[in-house]
Design a protein around this ligand. Structure first.
Ligand code: GLU
Length: 476
């Protein structure tokens, strides 16, 4: 069924969900139960700032409680409304199911432009918002665990955790009430980079599947691939940086709020980021052509397009002109259901949001487990492993002496082999494994049936199948 009129974000999620369940044989009633959002709480609260009372509107939506706690970020943006929060909460349910993070889906939002407020004002607003949610168990280590999203980060999570602890002074697991906290305040190494890192691991896994690479009319590896990224925020910046520095990809376009940079020879991601931090935007950056109308760069020739900013940026208005053969949705909902139809007909391959940006919630899961276990990953084993490796290295050294010129250890082997894995290495390894396993599940679903027309439909089938399995097992 072709989409005729541009659907909203929420309609897009519903359309994609419906297209997937039409291919499934679910027990009666389960489809509707999974589709609907269980509850959305709206809170309006006042904070006295700048000599007057300001009223703010926030939401926390719970999509599915088939597993608890429910999980999902809190977004600070003026565009936040009930529909958006509910669509995002639904995506969280499917995202968690896909990467086997044992959570239901939730999402929160505060209708605010964070750039308009000073840090101490944002702290007051955040603490008050958190208070309203904690009071109703909408922030709670065993029921509902928020995390950062657009417009929020470690700082806000630390305020939220502190507010929860002040209200629950005897809860020994209080730190697990929110993830994405700073490393020195109960966080975990590698959470900040996690979503961008996950995009990199997702692309690496995609390129390990020759059949899928061929479907996108591409070949080879990530090395030398031309990449355009929209949004150099936390997710876009880390994804672009890692692809450039570790995989040899060429970042030829960067689209930001105030326009876009384009350079076919490649842009230096680190330098562009520094420029944005210093000047508030990309305008004036040397070594690139500047386009005032940033959206036009989405339509430039490239191998991989990474929308890492807002929803709905690839829509029925521009989909026909998008030249990238491969799109990886680092943002949530960047391609509308209408654009999805157009792109599929053109042969574009889309790695869908619910998989592509699941790195964030995956590492959130590790952080939550760390908080509940009250011990850093690797603390018990690291030195013991090193000692055992040392034994082997000693034997190899004896062999090295004995064999003289005939054989010697590869330079660096000893140092590399002896280095025990710290928390960051373990987090990256767990994330890599998660991204690989989840991709394998959706790719094999894609190829297993003719009516599974793309990776998104496959991802929905895998995710909905797991959620339905959980409902059925409970007898709900
Ligand atoms: N806000 C992120 C997302 O949309 C992370 C959620 C989390 O870590 O719970 O996936």
């Amino acid at each position: 069924m072709a989409v005729i009129k541009e659907p909203s974000f929420r309609e897009s999620v519903d359309i994609m969900f419906n297209q997937a369940v039409a291919l499934m044989d679910l027990p009666p009633g389960i489809e509707e139960k999974i589709r609907v959002c269980n509850s959305t709480y709206t809170v309006r609260f006042g904070v006295r700032l700048r000599g007057q009372m300001h009223t703010f509107t926030g939401y926390r939506s719970v999509h599915s409680e088939h597993m608890e706690p429910v999980k999902g970020g809190i977004r600070y943006a003026l565009a936040v409304d009930q529909d958006e929060v509910e669509a995002l909460a639904a995506l969280m349910t499917f995202k968690c199911a896909l990467v086997e993070a044992p959570f239901g889906g939730s999402k929160g939002g505060l209708c605010i432009d964070p750039r308009q407020w000073e840090e101490h004002e944002l702290e007051q607003i955040t603490r008050r918002f958190a208070f309203e949610l904690v009071k109703r168990d909408l922030i709670n280590p065993s029921q509902n665990v928020p995390a950062p999203d657009m417009g929020t980060g470690e700082r806000e999570m630390a305020w939220i955790a502190d507010t929860y602890r002040r209200m629950n002074t005897t809860d020994i697991n209080g730190n697990a009430c929110v993830t994405g906290k700073p490393a020195h305040a109960g966080g975990i190494q590698g959470r900040v980079e996690a979503t961008g890192r996950g995009v990199q691991y997702a692309l690496r896994e995609f390129f390990r599947h020759p059949e899928d690479v061929k479907a996108a009319n591409l070949s080879g590896t990530l090395d030398g691939k031309r990449v355009i990224v929209q949004g150099l925020g936390n997710v876009g910046y880390h994804a672009a940086k890692f692809l450039q520095e570790e995989d040899g990809s060429r970042i030829i376009g960067i689209i930001e709020r105030d326009g876009a940079l384009y350079n076919p020879d490649g842009l230096n991601v680190e330098k562009v980021r520094e420029w944005i931090v210093k000047h508030g935007g990309v305008s004036g950056y040397p070594d690139a052509t500047h386009h005032a109308e940033g959206g036009a760069v989405l339509e430039e020739e490239c191998d991989i397009l990474i929308p890492a900013a807002l929803e709905g940026v690839i829509n029925m208005g521009n989909a026909e002109r998008i030249k990238a053969p491969l799109i990886i949705e680092a943002a949530n909902g960047p391609v509308t259901a209408g654009a999805d139809d157009i792109l599929r007909k053109k042969g574009t391959v889309i790695i869908p949001d619910m998989y592509a940006n699941a790195g964030g919630v995956t590492v959130s899961y590790f952080e939550w487990v760390k908080n509940l276990s009250h011990i850093r990953f690797g603390r018990m084993q690291r030195r013991q492993e090193e000692a055992r490796h040392e034994l082997i290295v000693k034997e190899l050294e004896r062999l090295d002496d004995f064999l003289g010129d005939k054989w010697s250890m590869t330079p660096d082997f000893k140092a590399q082999y002896l280095r025990g894995a710290g928390e960051l290495e373990l987090v990256r390894s767990g994330l890599d494994d998660t991204m690989r396993t989840a991709y394998q599940a959706i790719s094999s679903m894609w190829h297993s049936r003719d009516d599974v027309r793309d990776l998104r439909t496959a991802a929905y089938l895998v995710a909905i199948g797991r959620v339905a399995g959980s409902y059925t097992a409970k007898g709900l």
